[in-house]
Structure formats: C-alpha cells, structure tokens
Design a protein around this ligand. Sequence first.
Ligand code: ADP
Length: 429
Amino acid sequence: MLVVLAVIFVLGLGVGLFFGPVPGLTVFSVALLAAGVYHIGNLFKLVKWARQPVGTPLPRAVGLWDFVYADLNRLIRQAQDQRAKLTAALARFREASQAMPHGMMFLTDTNFIEFANRQAELHFGIDNARDKGAPVINLVRQPDFVRYMNEGRFDEPLTFSQFRPQSRNLMVHVVPFGEGMRLLMSEDITQGERLETMRRDFVANVSHEMRTPLTVVRGFLETVLDGLDDLDKDDIRHYLAMAGEQAGRMGRLIEDLLALSALETGAPMPHEEPVDIARMLKDVEQEARAVSAERHSIVVDPPAPGTERILGNSKELHSAFANLAVNAVRYTPAGGHIHIAWRLRGAVVEYSVEDDGIGIAPEHIPRLTERFYRVDRGRSRETGGTGLGLAIVKHVLSRHQADLHIDSEPGRGSRFSACFPARRLAAAE
Ligand code: ADP
C-alpha cells in the first residue's frame, strides 16, 4: 500500500517537475483515485464473497489483491482439510458407537440429549434426530429412572423395567465426563434374568423331584426298622421292594439329567454313522412291549426300501425313538392301539408314533418339551416318568436337524412325529 502511494507520489512529482504543477497535481489525483477505486472495488468483492455460503469460490483479481486472495485461498484450503478430517473422525466415532452392543447417550448435566446411538434408541424408544436437545426424563418417564437421573448419584448402576417400545429389563450406568457432560450406557438384561430364573426353577424342580422319592424311601426304611421285631418277612420284603422302586426312580432321574446336560452343553455329536432303522425299530418295539406287558396292541411298519439307513448317532436316536414309543404305551389305557412307522414324505423322512390313548389338550402341547412339564403329574409319576423325556427327544432331534411335531386330541389319542431331512438317508448309503 505504502509502495503504491510512494509510486503515485513520485509519478505526480515527476509530471509536476516536467510539465508544471497543474498536470502534476492532476496526474497525482487521477492515480490516487484509480488506486482507491481498485482497492474499494476489491474490498466490496471480498465483503460480498464473505456473505456467500461456505464453499463459494473467491473472486479473481490482478495485482496486490491477487496475493491477498491467494493467501486467503490457502487458509481456506487448510480449514477445509481440517474440517474434512474432523468430519471423518466424527463419522468413524458414530459408526463405532452404532456398532456397540450397548445403548449409549451423551447428555448434558441437566439431562438434555446430545446424541443417542441405535441401541439407546431401541432401549428407550427415542429417535436421535427428533429428540436431540430434549430432556431424557421427559421421554423416559419411568419413576426410578427419573429419580436416578435427578439425584445424580451414579456410583451404583440402576436396574429397571422399561415398557416402551417393548417390555424389557434395562441396566443403566451413568458416567460424568468433560465439562458438564454425562455418558449414559444401557444394557438389555432381560435374557440374562430369564436364564437366571430358569436356572433357579430348574434347581428347585430337581430338588423337589429328588426329595419326593427320598422321603418315601426314608419312610419305608423307618417302618422296617421300627417293625423289625413285629413285621413278618413278606411285609419287610414288600416295604423294601417299594423303597427299591423309589430308588430306581431317583436313578432314572439322575440318568435323564445327565443325558440332558450332555445334550445341552452343545458339544458336537460323538460320531455319526449309518444307523440300521429296521434293527432300531425292533429294539424300540421290544421296549414298548415290555412296558405294555401285553396290555396294548402294538404294530410296527418295517422301513420301506431305500429308507433302511439314516446318518446319525445310534445311541441318541434310540433314546429319542424309544422315549416316544414308551410314552405312547404309558399314556394309553389297556386295550389301546399303538402304531409305529418310518416313512419317506417328500423331502423328509418321518418316524411316527400314534396312539389312541388319553390325548393332550391343545394348551399343553407347546410346553411339553420343557423340562419337568407334565400334563398330569400323578399319571407321569405312576408310570415311572421323570418329566425329562420329551426335553431329551427335542435336543436329540435338533442335533440331527429334525423337528418334532405333536398332534393330539384329549380322549382320542396322540401322534408324535420326528421329521429328518431326507438327505440324511442318502448320506448313509
Ligand atoms: P414324562 O416322564 O412325564 O412322561 P415326558 O417329557 O416324556 O415326561 O412327557 C411330558 C408330558 O407329555 C407327560 O407328562 C405327558 O403329560 C405328556 N405326554 C407325552 N407323551 C404323551 C402321549 N403319547 N399321550 C399323552 N400325553 C403324553
């Protein structure tokens, strides 16, 4: 600027010295005016540009202002680079937070939402875009949660039930950070609590199942001990036989529990081999006849050609097939009929056991494969049941990619069928 002024001054002085003061002053004034117009014009261009949206290219100029614009351009590029880096870092952070299995919310210390990831949106039924800037306690109105957030004592996590958008149990941790910020993390603990309840129920069920026969055994033994001098041999034999029966029941329960726990650990099948179905059906028939003691008519169809072998674990399949056949005998009054078959049905090969026994009411059917679920506790016990048979069957079948289907009608009978993928036949050839 000073240089330009100096040049104008020298120019005016030169013209003044050669051509007299009037031309000198005229040249000086015109040059000064031209320089002023040049600078003010560029200043206006700069102000106009500054009012444009971010990203508008800088105006072009010649001379001094070209340098000014070049410097500005360099600064703008640096700022754009930094901005792009920050945007990329923010996008990465958001992606990471969305991938987190836990809910995550950034809140101000007055509980206003700054950001919520997808899990937090699901847990609390909020929408990050819509609810940003809103107080979280206006959106999640569960009283325990509101009290926890208002009190601001976050040394212990909070567990509470949230019903919107879906009923679930949540555990919430809040960690203050930065200047007046809070990080809220939420975890869905519904499944874990359900498993814990199941475990507790299971232990209670097993204890109950064991306690009953144990009490009976103890009762018989006490009777025998007290009556050693008075009871005759036949009575003693009778009591001991009854005690033996109960001990047998406890033994069966333990065997079934061990079988179930082995299946439930999810360990791979010991080994798969071609299983001879005709032989298996014969063994199953024999067991069913032994339990029936000729009180039922039992018919077994031999396997059709091409279905004589299936790939699987013979010990596990035998336990499932026998369980279904023996159940049919146990839940069919004397004189009833039982039909066992093995046949190909399109893409599946089906093992079926049909009886015309007591049948099952529809509300019980979906729960029959639960451990210890029985329709009639007394009848199950009378016939030596443990309440674990169908749970074992279901596990065995699922390890063979097979499904259990149950059709039944009270008073008319039941049909239990296990459907295996037919490719297991070909695999056994
Ligand atoms: P349980 O040892 O009590 O027989 P299961 O798991 O084998 O245990 O069967 C569960 C319940 O399913 C039984 O208690 C019984 O009520 C019912 N059930 C199973 N098979 C039949 C059947 N063929 N007919 C009627 N009810 C059956």
